[in-house]
Design a protein around this ligand. Sequence first.
Ligand code: HDE
Length: 711
Amino acid sequence: MTDKTPKQSELAGTDTVDRANHNTKLDQLEAFRSDATGEALRTNQGVKIADNQNTLKAGDRGPSLLEDFIMREKITHFDHERIPERIVHARGAAAHGVFQSYADHSWLTKASFLSAEGKETPVFTRFSTVQGSRGSADTVRDVRGFATKFYTDEGNFDLVGNNMPVFFIQDAIKFPDFVHAVKPEPHNEIPQAQSAHDSFWDFVSLTPESAHMVLWTMSDRALPRSYRAMEGFGVHTFRLINAEGVSRFVKFHWKPVAGAFSLVWDETLKIAGKDPDFNRRDMWESIEMGDYFEWELGVQVVEEADEHSFDFDLLDPTKIIPEELVPVQKLGKMTLNRNPDNFFAETEQAAFHIGHIVPGIDFTNDPLLQGRLFSYTDTQLLRLGGPNFHEIPINRPLCPFHNNQRDAFHRQTIHKGRANYEPNSIDSGWPKETPPAAQGGGFESYPERVEGHKIRNRSESFGDHFSQATLFWNSMSAPEKEHIIGAYTFELGKVERVFIRERQVNEILANIDLELARRVAENLGLPVPSAPTVTTKPSSVQSSPALSLMNHVPGNIKSRKVAILVANGVDGAAVDAFKARLAKESALAKIIGPSPAPVKTADGTMLPVDAAMDGMPSVMFDAVFVPGGVDAAAVMAKSGEAKHYLLEAYKHLKPVVMLGAARPLLASLGLQPDAGLLEGDDVDAVFGAFAQALGQHRVWDREAAAEAIPA
Ligand code: HDE
């Protein structure tokens, strides 16, 4: 490990255009990045290999010889290539980037990465789904992990959160039960990457503390359109501590610069088959194009004196602090701007741990958080093969680290000193402790006063499981409520045991909202509950606008993807004009044809096609544009595939635009007019309305009409 801390300015702000130069800089900073360009093929012992095609044999057709150390080394290494996947969050993708502090936040924390305006810290962020295996599809209904490693100049700080601000359980001891219940069932390992099965609903219907989080997972939050369009949350209450030793409670938030918006359910099912790498690909391709992912880091701050002034317990991880009570204060911005060079070495071997904190940050007694402090190191010991996982390049702090820990599997550091203990005089006492100080001092735990009897008990203040679930429900828009009802109906409809369906409806949903319970019960053909089974004091906040995704739509069309449907005879000028308008708004276009072959425009020019309709179906896009051209419109009018493309986009509430000669095609589809179904003679006539509709993400008013369209 070098003692030289890389300057983030040397890492940041690069893109593919500058990739060669960028990589050269990284190679200088990070000697562990390997580039084989111009290098000979060698064994792991450094011997040059003359023949990588044939095993050593006794004669042309003879048996292979055991002495072939080159073949044996290669096959042995291959046989051991896999490591255990993460027990949860196995499916994920990650990117490098930079965090930049907006200001000197030293009134709040002495953490040095937040100590100055513009201060930059390298980061690595991994997004994940929870339930499925490493090879499962991206777009399943699930919580998304949102884990960020800040390589600060005082050591690594890992913010290991989710895209939902609460959790299913209150105490870590229930985690194995919860995970067993949600994972594929033990007898047949079905279903993959889904919670729609008996054991999950059995557990959550018997565990009322899960009601709030299950409601989030039945909402559109569980179907993100893009990682860039998700909020992130630290979930637990943490402490931030300043140089004077003043501690304040905080909840961490990531606010996406792009806004927050989701896919629709039918779309997610189709994408899971047509492009299982949908979210991963979106992040990879966007970063390669220089279209970076950005979030603002924010905190809700609660003074120590106000710890008990809420109608919930700050230590209870099934509760949010409504943003209407405590606003989110922005601390800085994260930009993910560089893809990993190697998935396994970086994304798969990344070891996040809620216990990786730096001076100025500390824990609270949230019993879920406390249990996590044990789990994350423990899990890496097996997954990454021993206690030296911190030496794997992606996990190494970028600041120096020296101590007297030694040996164990895969040790890489070669210690030069003669003393591996402390105190010592042989090495003049080095490495030495650093007393805590305002800045740059050693880590010091917040001296919270703690006393109590040794008991296994749940605090009474953790006893309300429904008031915030009701708050979430009340904060949803009408379409979002319909989606939640649809999700419960779908999931419980997959539950074979009717008594589990009934328990969820009667003992959980009826306590959240009777109308929700009624609608789901009717859909499932169950008796409708007439009253809650528990009495809940309503939340002090009636409705929280911050909870509805409708209040997070971007309003612009930056980075949105539009399919331009073409065929021979297409109006090439309209294609160009539309693309130019999209480019001006930083939106993206792909030319989609009947096949991958180029098409001939009406004026005889050859127009390259990015993909065929079946190669890039409408579910890959946010909107569809049909440019017109008499011959092209005639081709499409006869094409079932083209009509399906348009109807599917319509069904998924996407803006659909038809120009010129394509307008009769729109009429032939017999769709009910709405603000996202646009037609006109030229691009200028429709573009404003198109951008307006797409800026709202989806045409929500269309939903009832879209139900008539076959899926
Ligand atoms: Fe995790 N969790 N978790 N978790 N978690 C893991 O660590 C665990 C919890 C979260 O991209 C594991 O390295 C326990 C809450 C993320 O690599 C494991 C409990 C939150 C990731 C583990 C929780 C999370 C993990 C599996 C209850 C949101 C993926 C592999 C006490 C605040 C990180 C690994 C990545 C991963 C344990 C609850 C988020 C087994 C015991 C609450 C984002 O250690």
